[in-house]
Design a protein around this ligand. Structure first.
Ligand code: TRH
Length: 379
């Protein structure tokens, strides 16, 4: 009998919660041969990243994963069975009806999958149990960048697929053409996926006055409107190119999550945000600019600082300072002119460093594998 896993996901906002749990569910099913159910409270958000999803359907099978609509009415849950392993993603609070099933079963591994952070306390808390009501224990599983954490999501074939893609300029051109992008020779290609940011106009200014031509590919999100304002327009049309000095701006259609990596592989610089695109950009091995999810009281800046320290540890002082200026100007929503100039001067070193970081990170087992091992050891 196959081991069963239930993953619970509440979509707080945007696509990160569903983005991460969907990847994890597929990987546990595909590569570790578990029977996986993914309970999601917002099927519309899921459909946005995976068009095969139908909204308002209780139960559907997608890519081998049973997708269940998680509603607050207890009926469907009470009538289902409790899995062998239960993942509560990002402390989403399991429904009472399901907790009752767990208490009745008793022999169940209960894991809370935490948000990704490079802060050192996360490794200290990784895999610690905490006693809950009804005689159940819950373990806290922290993804991370070091051996003593739960690792990062990475499919077994991801880096092989990337290497094949990058082995021929054909693949890149074909992919870009499929999303309506035809870059010109010598252009710097930049993807932009970020939260609303007052630093944007100053960065667009810098890109438009650059010594090389830039093509900025804007993903669906809040920056389209501010870019339109910068260009003196009411709105931007998807697929249309807009020119200002040395900058060409193009708004992309929504990219399916399964094609998202190819976009990151195709670009020279990737501006990413949140958690899932941030991790994928690291596996792309291209220079990245991370817009961290803003939190109250600037708690996110502590997280940013922790990741920056780890990521930039082995960079030379000057390149390190340039990267620091870029990341912090962007996240503090400050003027980007000097930061972009600094970045350009160290672009090559920063690109080499992105390769190096990928090589280091891939030595670590991935999150799904670490979860599967944790389960084996727990048995
Ligand atoms: O969307 P995000 O900002 O998500 C999150 C959530 O807001 C969450 O609540 C928060 O806690 C977390 O950030 C830190 O960014 P993220 O994590 O990068 O997820 C975006 C997903 O959307 C990712 O899987 C890629 C996908 N995506 C596509 O597949 N195609 C697209 O065209 C776009 C724009 C995104």
């Amino acid at each position: 009998m196959r081991v069963t896993w239930d993953i619970f996901c509440r979509v707080i906002d945007n696509f990160g919660d569903i983005g991460v749990t969907w990847r994890l569910a597929k990987q546990l099913q595909d590569e570790h041969h578990f029977t996986v159910r993914l309970w999601v409270d917002n099927l519309s958000a899921f459909q946005a990243i995976c068009p095969a999803v139908k909204v308002d359907i209780e139960q559907q099978l997608i890519a081998g994963v049973e997708v269940r609509w998680w509603r607050d009415t207890p009926g469907a849950i009470a009538q289902s069975s409790c899995a062998d392993v239960v993942i509560e993603a990002f402390a989403c609070q399991l429904p009472d009806a399901y907790l009752s099933l767990m208490k009745a079963k008793q022999r169940v591994l209960w894991l809370n999958l935490e948000y990704l952070t490079a802060e050192s306390w996360a490794a200290g808390c990784h895999a610690l149990p905490s006693m809950q009501g009804g005689g159940l224990q819950k373990y806290f599983f922290f993804p991370g960048f070091t051996e003593d954490t739960g690792g990062l999501l990475r499919e077994a074939k991801l880096l092989e697929r990337r290497a094949t893609f990058l082995s021929s300029e054909h693949w890149r051109q074909d992919f870009l053409a499929s999303i309506g992008v035809c870059p010109q020779a010598g252009e710097r290609l930049i993807s932009l996926f970020a939260y609303a940011n007052q630093a944007l106009p100053s960065w667009l200014d810098a890109l438009s006055k650059d010594s090389v031509r830039n093509r900025l590919l804007i993903l669906q999100g809040p920056l389209q409107q501010s870019t339109a304002a910068w260009l003196g327009r009411d709105c931007l049309e998807v697929g249309q190119c807009y020119q200002q000095g040395r900058l060409t701006v193009q708004v992309l259609p929504y990219i399916r999550q399964e094609n998202f990596d190819q976009l990151l592989w195709s670009c020279d610089v990737n501006v990413v945000r949140g958690e899932d695109s941030f991790v994928r950009a690291q596996w792309a091995g291209k220079t990245l600019l991370w817009h961290i999810y803003p939190q109250q009281d600037n708690a996110h800046l502590v997280k940013l600082e922790a990741f920056f320290a780890l990521y930039s540890n082995l960079l030379g002082d000057e390149a390190r300072n340039a990267l620091r200026q870029l990341w912090f100007a962007w996240n503090n929503q400050q003027d980007m002119a000097a930061a972009w100039q600094g970045f350009i001067q160290h672009e090559k070193a920063l690109q080499n460093h992105a390769d190096y970081w990928l090589e280091q990170q891939k030595k670590q087992a991935d999150l799904a594998t670490k979860l599967a091992c944790f389960y084996q050891n727990w048995l």
